[in-house]
Design a protein around this ligand. Structure first.
Ligand SMILES: Cc1ncc(COP(=O)(O)O)c(C=O)c1O
Length: 474
């Protein structure tokens, strides 16, 4: 019997030796190095050849026997089983997938390359989160989870959380809905995806704000819809302009509380005009309220949904900014007749949201901790916005003009006319600052600018970071 040529086993690896040996033999058989019918050495001999205990080899053989790679033959020991021929692996990367996959790989995802660095827009302060209370609520739910949490039967989400959100939105945003109209989603990104699947057919025009959120445009393209950009001005989206540019469109996607990314707030006249457009066109409005809780000039504005008496507005929101992005919890407020189709789409996507975090979130709201946390964060962000504006006034005026914005966690530095905002963003990036260019969010060319997120920037670091940006922009 020739000595078996196997790769050396790694005695320092956490992988047990018997498993390493079984895998090595399996590879040799699949690669054709050990042909069908080849007699393997006895376990005693292989053990002494490899310096292993006999039990280790026995266990590896038993495993291969059970998987069918080897057979025990009366009188001739253990032999390699006769298996159908296995072709060598095909060379990558030519593996045709679907047309949809080809499309998906060309679409830019919602999160650019810069998440996690200083000045990245959309990042709340994570150091201030009351983790002690949050973990207590989670632990309490884990200790005695009810059957409703272990075997949830509701694709729209945990009923107490839906109830708490309906009440909260009614009280703070003048949204008119019942708990049955609230669907819990894993962040508003999933809400965008569901809405595109349910409301649009391939080729349909969907009006979007320009500049606007890239995660939304990606979702629309993936659904085969035509992305129809409408330039925003200092009052946000203009339904009349949209109708002129895209007379066929029956869907408008807007961020009225705090336009992303310019930061402007849509005034009442524009809101009413948009609601009227939807009524006349029998269209839909998607109100993406991604950070509407944080309005610095006063209490949060009433949502557009509450103005729409024709039930053509789908409101969506998220706990990503008010809690933390990794929570992956958000909500959709649906007109009654859309509850069934959205629920059907949601069931196909992922059955239902994870129950435990929903239950803890419902407790967090019911115990008043959410309101308390928001109150604290609003005061903190209001102070940060002022400190950030001051720092920009000290360091950045030669590059352009800052509009701090009335809401949210980011501001826009409008660069001097003619400036190249992508080049400026690249310079900032080279200095380790995550500052996207406004033109990254545009489909139609427009004035240059940088989007500066200050939500997670402590006041004592603000001056230093803004001075660093000024130095980078040079
Ligand atoms: C305008 C807008 N909509 C939706 C989202 C999605 O957020 P999430 O899925 O974390 O709720 C974001 C994220 O930053 C956003 O900026």
């Amino acid at each position: 019997m020739p000595t078996l040529a196997l790769p050396p086993l790694d005695r320092a690896s956490p992988e047990p030796l018997q498993r390493q040996l079984a895998l090595a033999l399996r590879e040799a058989i699949l690669a054709g190095q050990l042909a069908a019918g080849t007699r393997l050495p006895s376990t005693r001999r292989l053990a002494s050849q490899l310096g292993l205990g006999r039990n280790t080899v026995l266990a590896a053989f038993e495993h291969l026997l059970a998987e069918g790679f080897i057979e025990a033959r009366q009188g001739s020991g253990t032999v390699v089983a006769a298996l159908p021929p296995v072709s060598p692996p095909a060379p990558r990367p030519e593996r045709p997938l679907s047309a949809r996959a080809a499309l998906l790989t060309t679409i830019e995802g919602p999160r650019g390359r810069r998440w996690g660095q200083f000045l990245a827009p959309g990042v709340p302060d994570l150091d201030q989160f009351p983790f002690a209370e949050w973990s207590r609520l989670l632990a309490r739910r884990w200790r005695r989870p009810g059957r409703d949490l272990l075997v949830p039967d509701n694709a729209a989400g945990h009923p107490p959380l839906r109830h708490a959100i309906a009440q909260w939105l009614g009280r703070t945003r003048a949204i008119r809905c019942t708990a049955e109209q609230v669907m819990i989603v894993s962040g508003s990104q999933q809400a965008l995806d569901l809405a595109a699947r349910v409301l649009l057919d391939p080729g349909d025009q969907a009006m979007v704000e320009d500049p606007g959120y890239n995660g939304l445009k990606g979702v629309l393209r993936a659904a085969g819809a035509q992305v129809a950009p409408v330039p925003v001005d200092d009052q946000g989206f203009d339904a009349a302009l949209g109708e002129t540019l895209w007379p066929q469109a029956r869907l408008a996607w807007v961020t009225p509380s705090h336009q992303f990314p310019t930061g402007v707030t849509m005034p009442l006249a524009r809101r009413l005009a948009l609601v009227e457009w939807a009524r006349r066109r029998q269209g839909w409005i998607i109100e993406d309220d991604y950070d509407g809780e944080f309005r610095h000039a006063g209490p949060p504005l009433a949502a557009l949904q509450g103005l729409d008496r024709d039930h053509r507005t789908i409101h969506l929101g998220t706990f990503s900014k008010s809690m933390f992005p990794g929570l992956r919890l958000g909500w959709l407020v649906l007109p009654e007749d859309l509850v069934a189709p959205f629920t059907a789409a949601r069931q196909l996507a992922d059955m239902a949201p994870p129950s435990l975090t929903q239950a803890a979130m419902a407790d967090f709201m019911a115990d008043g901790l959410f309101a308390q946390h928001l109150k604290r964060m609003r005061a903190l962000y209001a102070a940060r916005r002022i400190a950030f504006t001051d720092a920009c006034n000290r360091h950045l005026t030669r590059f352009g003009t800052l509009t701090p914005g009335e809401a949210g966690l980011h501001s826009v530095l409008w660069l001097n006319p003619g400036a190249d905002d992508r080049a400026a963003a690249d310079k900032a990036q080279a200095a380790g600052l995550a500052v996207p260019a406004l033109s990254e969010f545009r489909l139609i060319p427009g004035p240059p600018g940088l989007v500066l997120g200050w939500g997670s920037l402590p006041e004592d670091r603000m001056d230093g970071v803004v001075a660093k940006l000024a130095a980078a922009l040079g």
